[in-house]
Design a protein around this ligand. Sequence first.
Ligand code: NI
Length: 166
Amino acid sequence: MAMLKIARMGHPVLLQQAEDVPDPTLPELRRLVRDMAETMLDAQGIGLAAPQVHLPLRLFVWRNGSTVAALFNPVLQPLGPEVETAWEGCLSIPGLRGAVTRPRRIRFTGLDANGEAVEGEAEGIAARVMQHEADHLMGVLYPMRMTDFSQFGFVEELARAEEAKR
Ligand code: NI
């Protein structure tokens, strides 16, 4: 196990199109998934995409309840017209939060860490995390999805403002 260095916004790897992974079962990829999971948990994140650890591969890990799931070569499709706006953060943009509007429900396909095909539906926070991570694989960071920049700020300041309203 090893901790990986997380790229911060401004690093060109975060703007690259990542490439499909033909075989997730290769030992170096199994190690990578473990290291990404460890790195994400240590940083108290809920998702981490391979480009964030300087590897332009179509892979992300995310916290699914109490487990960490890996998804290779994900394809996401919105289900229905419903959208939702919620705060997002990103380990590549430390200290900041922004409100992002995204489809509320999605359908996803991909390969799990054993190279098995997976498919399913997700909604709410799970759908949001998966969309945020899938965006990383296309070189998209959450501020690029934002429309209202009055809803963007430092976590500490936003918490203070929230506190003052009570
Ligand atoms: Ni992110």
